[in-house]
Unconditional design. Structure first.
Length: 379
């Protein structure tokens, strides 16, 4: 059981890095004087980089038949460019180092999730028992990052990010390797993978549902700051959000039923709608922070069900491709649209219109999920 223990520790550390990057990069950029449109441009362009980097590093991992060595390279580069990003103030440097960090940090996610599922299956334990530690790391680091920015300044994140990256590197070094058995993502493999109508419609559902979620991830911190909240309050918001995920992932063996994934995804879409619609009308930043407890019924429910449904409807040899495509949709393609369009909406109309728009998209995702359940969920 050494591999699951080390993987749990790695999940904690890697998602701690994501907590410093995904929710706090917009806040950090705002602290450097960038407006919402400029913030949206940087994060949207990072989505394009992620779109290229994730399959590229997946192919490198497939070619070299190793995940651990690829992780070591990615973590080492992330430590360097993460430090440089959070130590920079100029617009050009922020763009450059943010793109490099997107290139090296974000491809770790699908590799880690693939390890989580494979090692969980091999060890006879649930995926949630490993992924729970990722949610814990995300929540703890989000809270700590907020306090660091409030009391030590935005640039204090440079050393913190580099330090966590180095510790992650050490844990990855001693983790057992897991050779890659999946096929690399190529144009021909994607054509075969997407030729199945059920798979294609499911990925459309993921895209519709993930765009509003990514808009919230990008602009929640900016919105809290606009309402008068401090970086410390942003950290508390993400601590509540990520902390609420822990119990959901831990109990996934109990509530995640095979054959019910589409109705579960639709259920999460309904609560995404409620969460974002209420966000549009809240003017007290503290109330907005408390509202993040609804993460309990949104992201962990949606993502766990989506992965299980994908693994159920595609052949085993296409699981690696499916996991990468799912990650590309959720963190890459949807992130591009969310950042560019969300930044333009925020800059032109403000946070309230942005959240009304994302609540409408979540409602559409919920309806589409119900439709797919009527078509495929009863089979």
């Amino acid at each position: 059981m050494r591999a699951p223990r080390l993987l749990r520790g790695f999940n904690f550390l890697y998602f701690a890095l994501l907590a410093m990057f995904i929710p706090f990069l917009p806040v950090y950029l705002g602290e450097q004087g960038l407006n919402p449109a400029q913030i949206g441009f940087i994060i949207g362009t990072g989505g394009f980089v992620t779109l290229i980097a994730q399959p590229l590093w997946g192919m490198i991992s497939d070619k070299t038949k190793t995940i651990r060595k690829v992780l070591l390279v990615l973590l080492l580069c992330s430590a360097v460019f993460g430090y440089l990003l959070y130590d920079s103030s100029s617009y050009v440097q922020l763009i450059l180092f943010a793109m490099l960090l997107y290139f090296f940090l974000m491809p770790i996610d699908p590799l880690t999730e693939s390890l989580n599922f494979r090692i969980a299956e091999a060890s006879g334990i649930s995926y949630g028992s490993i992924r729970t530690y990722g949610a814990l790391g995300y929540g703890v680091m989000a809270l700590l990052t907020g306090y660091m920015m409030t009391y030590y300044g935005a640039h204090s994140l440079a050393l913190l990010f580099a330090g966590i990256s180095v510790i992650s590197f050490i844990v990855s070094w001693i983790m057992p390797d897991a050779p890659v058995t999946g096929k690399p993502v190529t144009l021909s493999s994607l054509k075969i993978f997407l030729s199945n109508k059920e798979t294609l419609l499911f990925l459309v559902l993921v895209f519709i549902s993930s765009v509003p979620a990514r808009m919230n991830d990008t602009f929640l911190g900016v919105y809290i700051r606009e309402l008068g909240g401090s970086p410390e309050l942003v950290g508390q918001a993400w601590f509540l959000a990520a902390g609420s995920e822990i119990i959901v992932f831990a109990l996934s063996f109990w509530w995640l039923r095979k054959g019910k994934e589409l109705i579960i995804i639709s259920f999460s879409g309904a609560f995404y709608f409620i969460r974002f619609f209420l966000s549009a009308w809240i003017t007290d930043p503290h109330l907005l922070v408390y509202l993040q407890i609804l993460q309990l019924l949104t992201f962990p429910v949606f993502y766990s069900a989506a992965i299980q449904y994908l693994y159920r409807i595609v052949p085993e040899e296409w699981r690696a491709t499916g996991q990468t495509v799912l990650a590309l949709l959720f963190f890459g393609v949807s992130g591009i649209l969310a950042s560019y369009v969300g930044g333009a909406l925020y800059e032109s109309f403000g946070g309230q219109i942005l959240y009304l728009s994302v609540s409408a998209m979540s409602f559409l995702g919920m309806l589409f999920g119900f439709i797919l359940y009527q078509i495929y969920g009863r089979n």
